[in-house]
Design a protein around this ligand. Structure first.
Ligand code: Z5A
Length: 212
């Protein structure tokens, strides 16, 4: 069976994931790679419905309920989009995945990491990313970029400064625990410079068409 490659992008608000994903996908497609570009929460019709609940409805979820909703969306996304794409040999480039649940619901909201690992084991199983690019920058810079772009902040963007600092620490701790999978990219310089660092990491870690 052909197996594609699974790349995830992570980081705080406004880190530049959408911008960098678009650039990477363009380069890979120009090299003849079939790329499925997707995002979380979302990436399939049912998962997009859960995204609406999570981002725009102010229900004041319990952290565990929130994590379960993210994992329900992820389960749908994996089944409908990610696994079929990988099985036919496509590369999947995904804006956020399980590390966001660890960072936001774990480090940010204080949910027990063991609980999140159990959910990850159950839902994600062996469909783990081959490479995770963590775009790192001070939270105030990212929030400035994100709010400058959107008309209204979503529920996560409205959380406190200390919440966003915990997120950054969380992502860096995740990278330190899994250096073979994660590459931390300095996201503060200009778009072009960040794109070069992203592509270098993809080439060095995954080779294949990225090395051509
Ligand atoms: N969430 C969660 O809690 N648990 C989970 O398990 C998952 C997610 C999966 C999804 O929001 C929310 O769900 C997210 C976490 C939570 N929290 N929030 N908010 P989203 O998908 O709507 O938003 P996001 O993932 O945080 O992304 P974003 O705010 O859209 O930012 P971005 O994609 O990282 O950045 P961007 O759109 O590429 O860039 C932002 C602006 O900066 C834009 O105007 C760019 O032109 C500009 N930019 C980009 N790069 C640069 C550089 N290098 N220099 C200067 N300006 C730049």
């Amino acid at each position: 069976m052909t197996i594609g490659r699974f790349i995830t992008f992570e980081g705080g608000e406004g880190a530049g994931k959408t911008t960098q994903i678009a650039r990477l996908v363009r380069v890979l497609r120009a090299r003849g790679v079939e790329v499925v570009q997707t995002r979380e929460p979302g990436g399939s019709p049912s998962a997009e419905a859960v995204r609406d609940l999570l981002l725009h409805a102010d229900h004041g979820w319990e952290p565990l309920s929130e994590a379960l909703l993210h994992y329900a969306a992820r389960c749908e996304h994996l089944t409908a989009t990610i696994r079929p794409a990988l099985a036919r040999g496509a590369w999947v480039v995904c804006d956020r995945f399980s590390d966001s649940t660890r960072a936001y619901q774990g480090f940010g909201l204080g949910l027990d990491i063991g609980t999140l690992e159990a959910l990850e084991h159950m839902v994600v199983g062996s469909t783990r990313p081959d490479l995770t690019l963590i775009l790192d920058l001070p939270p105030e810079v990212g929030l400035g970029r994100a709010t400058g772009r959107k008309a209204a902040a979503d529920r996560y963007e409205r959380m406190s400064e200390t919440f966003h600092s915990r997120l950054r620490e969380g992502f860096l701790a995740i990278a330190a625990r899994a250096p073979e999978r994660c590459a931390v990219i300095d996201a503060e310089p200009g778009e072009e410079q960040v794109a070069e660092a992203v592509f270098r990491a993809v080439r060095e870690r995954l080779g294949g068409p990225a090395a051509a």
